[in-house]
Ligand binder design. Structure first.
Ligand SMILES: Nc1ncnc2c1ncn2[C@@H]1O[C@H](COP(=O)(O)OP(=O)(O)OP(=O)(O)O)[C@@H](O)[C@H]1O
Ligand SMILES: [Mg+2]
Length: 283
């Protein structure tokens, strides 16, 4: 099984290398990178390219590792025992109240699967540690039914992180790591081509120019990312904004139209306005 890229996702050679290294090692691939650089989409793309089902687990601050294995639904069981009759008959078999989590579903699947554990850094610090054994050995024990669940096929595991929390060393040791570097102009051009085939070359050139200049402004609180550039381009096309309007020669620097797609807080907008003002004064 090898990942060779896909027609709707631009994967650089080093990213493909990392994906295939993780597949060969049979270890989870830990993917980091700025927001909007395609971490989540990578798992979707690899699953589609390899023709494997994707099981997604989106992590929140309240998510517990156990939820990925299974949960015991004690409330339903109590209700059934009170209702009696047909419901009452179910009560004796505790497995009727075990709800399978993403890992169990993947372990029991007929064919190999891809698991995405998205934004692992959102959970509390114990979360990655609690999954060490399950991800390593690909098995876990169900105490309620006294059964051992073992993976029939080792799933391909993607774990993404936005670096909000440090991950424990023991967890890192078990992963293959890849940092998605922010795309250079050429890669960005390919990403745009994938999303907007046939877009006017001049518009793309001017938009990329403005975008990368904006990212380089020192002191920006939040740099715009790939997905924000794509949003902005979509708006420029929808509003039929001509390429010249992005960078009119006579005004050297101007606030780009629809900048709300790129700049996401008032400090950054003010900073940018000040720079434009200074550029005009110096003309
Ligand atoms: N390499 C790429 N090829 C094609 N599209 C891309 C690529 N990188 C990013 N995109 C676009 O950017 C969007 C955001 O990507 P995605 O949601 O995977 O980012 P992310 O890294 O998971 O962000 P976050 O950290 O905020 O969750 C995608 O829907 C896609 O349209
Ligand atoms: Mg994501």
């Amino acid at each position: 099984m090898r990942f060779e890229g896909s027609s709707d996702y631009v994967a650089t050679p080093d990213l493909m290398l990392a994906v295939n290294a993780a597949i060969t090692l049979q270890r989870p691939l830990l993917v980091k990178g700025e927001p909007g650089t395609g971490k989540t989409m990578l798992a979707e793309t690899v699953a589609a390219a390899l023709g494997l089902p994707l099981l997604q687990w989106h992590i929140k601050s309240t998510t517990k590792a156990q939820q990925g294995l299974y949960e015991y639904d004690a409330v339903s069981r109590l209700r059934d025992s009170q209702l009696g009759g047909e419901h009452g008959n179910r009560v004796h078999d505790i497995s009727n109240y075990i709800v399978k989590g993403v890992l169990w579903q993947a372990f029991s699947a007929e064919s190999p699967t891809v698991i995405l554990i998205d934004e692992v850094d959102k959970a509390d610090i114990e979360f990655p540690n609690d999954l060490l054994r399950e991800l390593d050995r690909m098995e876990f024990y169900v105490y309620e039914t006294r059964e051992l669940v073992k993976a029939r096929h080792r799933p391909i595991v993607f774990i993404t992180s936005n670096n909000e929390k440090e991950l424990p060393d023991a967890f890192l040791r078990r992963c293959f790591f890849h940092y998605i570097k922010f795309p250079d102009k050429e890669t960005m051009q390919s990403i745009i081509d994938v999303h907007f085939p046939g877009l006017k070359k001049t518009l793309i050139r001017e938009a990329l120019e403005v975008f990368f200049e904006l990212r380089e402004i020192p002191g920006l609180k939040k740099k715009p990312s790939t997905s924000e550039l794509l949003d902005w381009l979509k708006l420029l096309v929808a509003e039929d904004i001509p390429p010249e309007a992005l960078r009119a020669k006579d005004q050297k620097a101007a606030i780009p139209p629809l900048h709300g797609a790129l700049l996401k807080n008032e400090q950054d907008v003010h900073l940018f306005e000040r720079l434009v003002f200074m550029a005009r004064q110096n003309r």
